[in-house]
Write a protein that binds this ligand. Structure first.
Ligand code: FAQ
Length: 318
């Protein structure tokens, strides 16, 4: 039997994508598809890991034992999401070490949203409601991404994200049913997180260089603006239940265009943050670098243990 030609391999890949079948790690894939997936999945993994910091900031100061336990579980979930995603990226031929190096050397992107500070307890509510809410809108369609290991990782992640979103909503609801000062704290936090949460979906469609190809490969199923619109549609009735105001005086449903009309998003701020000049970028990367250095002994001990165990197994099998 002769080996398939490059054209045959490409045709087979195209046919799988056209038939909505999954591409698996051992399948042939175009180099650009592999690179795009490594880019998106590693950025996503880094976001989950860096995303532990804004909420980690409140674990020691949560207002009750129950709130502390819930927050700890949520932050641990984010670590788990990072691990599934690093594992999915590894199936594409990049090592975890290389991805970590890219992150701590400031060469990798991660979501803009995690470069904002969390000065108040209400921020734990706003992150759950808005940040996890945006993550769900963006990530549910990724459960159907054409690359098998990514889509499968996303199924479990999305289940956990929807619990996260509800716990954030519940924190805000409790504050909104509380004292005047608590209501003000909740509103002030929503005012700070609303616009950055809209930026999570990425630049507008006409300025999104990766969208066309990622959509053709069925990695992305909806455009950045479509998902942003869907997110706003989800928030409006929930904001009413909470009794908070979304901080956009222009926000209204445009019957004629059948879309939400909004004020202009501050894309200069978005570009500044993803270029590393957001309010907390330097702190986030420094903390990650310190944790990596301080954890070196754990990695060494784990590697030594694994080597010892494998030597014992080899000896027993001989
Ligand atoms: N931040 O051409 P596009 C979470 C970059 S949720 C930073 O439109 P694409 C859960 C983009 O990478 C957050 N960079 O790109 C959680 C590209 O740069 P590149 C993570 C951004 O890939 C909750 C350039 O701009 N979620 O972690 C952002 O087609 C609470 C041009 O953009 C995901 O990663 C941004 N917001 O679409 C954890 C979801 N937006 O790479 C803890 C998976 C764009 O060419 C606590 N990712 N850029 O140098 C995606 O769905 C896509 O990658 C998009 C961007 C939609 C983010």
């Amino acid at each position: 039997m002769t080996a398939p030609t490059p054209t045959e391999l490409q045709d087979e890949f195209d046919a799988l994508i056209a038939a909505d079948q999954r591409i698996e790690p051992r399948d042939w894939m175009p180099e650009a598809y592999r690179k795009t997936l490594i880019r998106q999945i590693s950025q996503h993994a880094h976001s989950e890991i860096i995303g532990m910091q804004p909420e980690g900031n409140w674990i020691t100061r949560a207002p009750s034992l129950a709130r502390k336990a819930i927050l700890m579980a949520k932050v641990q979930d984010e670590a788990g999401h990072g691990l599934y995603l690093y594992s999915a990226a590894q199936t594409l031929g990049i090592t975890r070490d290389e991805m970590t190096r890219q992150l701590i050397e400031g060469r990798a992107k991660y979501s803009s949203i995690f470069n904002y500070p969390t000065p108040t307890w209400a921020d734990m509510g706003a992150i759950g409601w808005l940040v996890d809410g945006a993550a769900i809108c963006n990530q549910v369609p990724l459960c159907r991404a054409s690359y098998g290991p990514y889509g499968r990782a996303m199924v479990r992640i999305c289940k956990e994200e929807s619990f996260h979103q509800r716990q954030g909503f519940e924190i805000l609801l409790t504050l909104m049913r509380g004292t005047e000062a608590q209501r003000a704290m909740a509103q002030e936090s929503v005012d700070r997180w609303y616009w950055p949460s809209l930026m999570m979906f990425g630049p507008p469609d006409d300025q999104s260089p990766n969208s066309a190809q990622s959509t053709a490969w069925k990695i992305k199923r909806f455009s950045n603006d479509e998902l942003r619109q869907r997110f706003i549609g989800m928030l409006v009735p929930q904001a009413e239940v909470l009794g908070v105001t979304l901080p956009d005086p222009e926000l209204r449903w445009d019957e004629k265009e059948e879309r939400w009309h909004t004020s202009e998003i501050d894309w200069t701020e978005f570009h500044e943050v993803i270029a590393g000049r957001g309010p907390m970028n330097a702190v986030r990367i420094q903390n990650r670098r310190d944790a990596h250095e301080q954890g070196a002994w754990v990695r060494e001990a784990a590697a030594a243990y694994a080597a010892k165990k494998s030597a014992v197994t080899t000896e027993a099998a001989a």
